[in-house]
Ligand binder design. Structure first.
Ligand SMILES: Cc1ncc(COP(=O)(O)O)c(C=O)c1O
Length: 392
């Protein structure tokens, strides 16, 4: 009897994905706050600003109208058309609205992309350090994430040579890249993206481009892989540039031959994306001026930290090009960045994420700071860390 109960309650082996270590940092931060202290939160990658006023007003009007229903499986047609228009306006690239699929955040986009492109056992290259759910979702779908270690020498990006070398060792079926990247904030140049996309396609490797941090670029404009290939799968989201993390809405641009497959998958897995969020997202495009002001704040935060952290003693950082992260080498101070993050939180009340969350190989040397918070807090964080490290 006990054995039978145990069997019923045991989760499946494939659901055994690792948790985020940052959750432990957050729990420790919450304890400090419960004791009445103020913590500067630089651990979670989300904007401090709300969604554009236009989005919130559209959602309020839809709520007032009352009925919130299922929508078309791939999204409300006017939203799909508006997203296609965004490609014309922002990149000068023509996208057929029929190739746009609205998703429940980019997170659902990954699952839809992997399910539609790969069978069990497929090998998909991902950069480390990188966003952990790429690896975890692939694993739980029975695919094999192939970690390609990157370094500051290639601005934390996979090059065609690295891709082809891995492919020669054992064939790859897919490649997933992100530019700007998380946790490093670095970006690929147009040429680097074009060449990598061409190298993948030349070998029949499916190319997936996570463009969630587009719009948040400081050094040069981010380029979309849609310019270089109609076969690439593009994944994007309203979470970051449009400050809509909690609305859970994103989109994909998919090859024409995959549209119906994605539609069938979405219909079965979710029916459709929340209608209220879709209405808000369409209106969000009208709030660009407001979002550009928010981005201006990030640029200022980045400037303050790139000046303040080296003064504080944390000088091993690439001058990042986009997103809102700094990935800092702290190996001069410790051999375990989880411990460093814990001590830094205790002593300075500044919370950051240990690198091991993003990189099981060398992440113990790094921590990630998110600078999407208030500008005043950035200066204060750098000062607090400087005072601590000088005393330590
Ligand atoms: C690189 C990257 N991709 C995707 C996501 C998922 O975002 P969402 O599901 O909110 O669109 C995140 C979230 O932090 C991220 O950093």
């Amino acid at each position: 009897m006990l054995d039978a109960v145990k069997r019923v309650l045991t989760p499946s082996a494939r659901s055994d994905v690792p948790p985020f270590m940052v959750m432990d940092v957050m729990a420790a931060a919450a304890r400090i706050e419960a004791a009445g202290e103020r913590v500067i939160h630089m651990e979670i990658g989300q904007p401090a600003a709300p969604a554009p006023a236009s989005a919130r007003a559209a959602a309020q009007a839809a709520l007032a109208a009352g009925r919130i229903t299922y929508t078309e499986m791939l999204g409300i047609p006017t939203l799909r058309a508006r997203i296609a228009r965004h490609y014309r306006e922002s990149y000068g690239v023509e996208i057929d609205p029929m190739r746009v699929a609205v998703t429940t955040g980019s997170s659902a986009g990954f699952a839809l992309a992997f399910l539609s492109l790969f069978d069990r056992g497929a090998r998909i290259a991902v950069a480390v350090p990188g966003y952990p759910p790429y690896r975890h979702i692939l694993s739980l779908l029975g695919c094999e994430p192939v970690m390609i270690e990157t370094t500051p020498a290639t601005r934390w990006a996979i090059t065609p040579e690295m891709l082809l070398a891995a492919h020669r060792r054992k064939p790859l079926q897919g490649l997933l890249i992100a530019s700007p990247a998380n946790p490093t904030g670095t970006m690929m140049t147009r040429e680097a993206l074009r060449d990598l996309c061409a190298a993948a396609e030349g070998e029949g490797i499916r190319f997936i481009s996570d463009e969630i941090y587009h719009g948040l670029d400081y050094a040069f404009p981010a380029e979309t892989a849609a310019r270089y290939s109609d076969n690439a799968v593009i994944i994007n989201s309203f979470s970051k540039y449009f400050c809509m993390t909690g609305w859970r809405i994103g989109w994909m641009i998919v090859p024409e031959g995959l549209v119906r497959t994605i539609e069938r998958l979405q219909g079965n897995l979710a029916i459709s994306v929340p209608a209220l969020s879709q209405t808000a997202a369409e209106a969000a495009f009208e709030g660009r001026a407001e979002m550009e002001a928010v981005k201006h704040g990030y640029a200022e935060n980045r400037r303050i930290l790139l000046e303040g952290l080296p003064k504080a003693g944390l000088d091993r950082i690439l001058p990042v090009d986009g997103a809102f992260y700094l990935y800092v080498d702290v190996s001069r101070f410790c051999d375990d960045s989880f411990d460093f993050a814990k001590r830094m939180l205790e002593r300075t009340h500044v919370a950051a994420t240990p690198g091991a969350d993003f990189d099981p190989l060398t992440g113990r040397r790094f921590i990630r700071f998110c600078y999407a918070g208030a500008t005043g807090e950035m200066r204060e964080a750098a000062e607090r860390i400087g005072t601590w490290l000088k005393r330590a």
